[in-house]
Design a protein around this ligand. Structure first.
Ligand code: ADP
Length: 212
């Protein structure tokens, strides 16, 4: 599968990517995870992205395209990839199209997860993330066995800096303005598949019609 996951923050893109990854070994590529790792390591890239991310704004298209060009050329992408959090702007989508053409690759579809705003806000304010492996927990629906400690890797679980109410509102506004237009872009490309909610059964059902 070569899929783009579209949807607002908190729509469940990461969760769906993990389900799909287990089906056929397609690698999940999350630009948010790549950037957070760079911030944690204090690399040059991390330093450039840190303040922007904290406010919930988007880092520049140039920076993201540099990361993705390098990432998509790695061998593990040959089995398929699930792009989570990329592209986020029309220029990124256009640059990705050119990049894939150059690589002689084709997308199967752009999968849009459609979800109500109040559900998103509730999910994001209760979400917690492992700083080490990126595993997602939720204080209401999926608390860790031991408070503050990741079930999977014993890493520390935190509330992300950009998951305060203020940053979340900003991320949603940024999504509506800069990322939502991608739905029209991929519809025009004939690649859009929209699913209400983020139930994995329903997602798989919708994808079956596109991928064999
Ligand atoms: P979300 O949970 O909002 O989907 P991500 O984990 O995908 O967020 O990304 C976190 C932050 O990283 C974003 O708010 C943004 O600052 C930056 N980022 C991630 N992907 C991109 C991208 N494709 N273009 C620009 N900025 C990005």
């Amino acid at each position: 599968m070569k899929i783009i996951l579209l949807g607002p923050p908190g729509a469940g893109k990461g969760t769906i990517a993990k389900v799909l990854n287990q089906l056929d070994g397609s690698v999940q590529i999350s630009t948010g995870d790549i950037l957070r790792a760079a911030v944690a390591e204090g690399t040059e890239l991390g330093k450039q992205a840190e303040a922007t991310m904290k406010a919930g704004d988007l880092v520049t298209d140039e920076l993201i395209m540099g990361i993705m060009e390098e990432r998509l050329k790695q061998d593990d992408c040959k089995a398929g990839f699930l792009l989570d959090g990329f592209p986020r702007t029309i220029p990124q989508a256009e640059a990705l199209k050119i990049l894939l053409e150059k690589m002689d690759e084709k997308l199967d579809c752009a999968l849009e997860l459609v979800i109500a705003r109040d559900v998103i806000i509730d999910r994001l304010t209760t979400r917690r993330t492992c700083t080490q492996c990126g595993e997602i927990f939720n204080v209401k629906s999926k608390p860790p066995k031991v408070d503050g400690i990741c079930d999977a890797c014993d890493g520390n679980i935190i509330q992300r800096d950009d998951e305060t109410e203020e940053a979340i509102n900003n991320r949603l506004a940024v999504y509506l303005k800069q990322t939502a237009p991608l739905v029209h872009f991929y519809r025009a490309e004939g690649l859009l598949v929209s699913v209400q909610g983020s139930n994995s059964e329903q997602v798989l059902e919708a994808l079956k019609t596109r991928i064999n």
